[in-house]
Design a protein around this ligand. Sequence first.
Ligand code: ADP
Ligand code: MG
Length: 372
Amino acid sequence: MQGTISVRNLVKTFVSKDETVTALDNVSLTTPPNRILTLLGPSGCGKTTLLRCIAGLESPDSGEILIGEEPVWSKTKDISLPPERRGLGMVFQSYAIWPHMTVFGNVAYPLQMRKVPKPEIEKQVKKILSLVQLDGYENRPATNLSGGQQQRVALARALVGEPKVILFDEPLSNLDAKLRESTRKELRHFLTELAISAIYVTHDQVEALTISDDIAVMRKGVIVERGTPQDIYLRSDDPFVVDFIGRANFLEAKIKSYQSEELCVVTSSLGDVVCNAPAGLEAGTSVTIYTRPESFTVVPADSGLTENVFEAKVNSVLFAGEAHEVEFGIGNATVLAKIEFDIPLQRGDRVRLHIEPEWCRVLNPKRGASRA
Ligand code: ADP
Ligand code: MG
């Protein structure tokens, strides 16, 4: 089980003169091998602390951390391996490359520290630089590179020691939007190609959705949800997760009846809506339902669809790059929907909107009291 990190019941508090902050509140987590797991959550929720505990840069209060089968930190077993013996690679926000060294010097450094023979160092550095598409840059001073290239040097340095797992803490946040997007794609490509396990920390929802195989959403020192990007974006029933990740239309509703274990009919300002729902909510229970803007489709009058088809009026149309963002009025409610360009819509138009029950969900009233 190389490449798997298990965190069990990890607690970390920071105590200062006037306050105690619980940065990690009983966190348990196992990373999938050879995949990218992202820790996603708002600033201050404990992502960096968790990463630093795994790396050995921070000492937890209690719990256990294993890499593969080997405990690297355990309170009860009194184990605490220093960072250099955990076999992890790290890439941080500030590239932390050494400005006075060449690209070669930066990437070779971890191998020189381990007293790897010189010809072997040259071979490995060459291989890694070619992988991150920096062939021929060996003798450049590291500072003489663009932000994206510097980040690739940092990645090469983290990879050269053949780490079991590589840890990233907001590695792209110093790059501008366009470069961030292309570097993110590159990074996903490299990591997938190498089949290396990675833990990736970000507060950026889009970044998390596009780079990850798996996402753990954190809030106030707790992991509140774990799943694939699709699960997290489209299938969560946690009020905090749904609100934090992307945009959603929230509507107040009341449970009417269940069609099956998971599908129920609710009454709302849209009329009756068939939604996914947590099992066992009683008829009459007040709930909140949500839909994502991407989930609506415009359907013709003779579509034959009987459920979840709404008469809608176009209130406004906004050009938004890859699609139109359209605000529709449906009865007393308004919903935001992303509609393909090839459907010409103008303010005042009347259309039929459809949403699959699969993409319409009842938030679980038992989870997270507030959406904030
Ligand atoms: P994130 O990376 O998700 O933004 P952090 O892990 O950096 O969050 O911080 C989690 C909480 O722990 C925050 O409330 C932060 O202020 C606190 N914290 C982190 N490091 C320290 C420290 N060295 N001393 C005191 N408080 C800290
Ligand atoms: Mg952080």
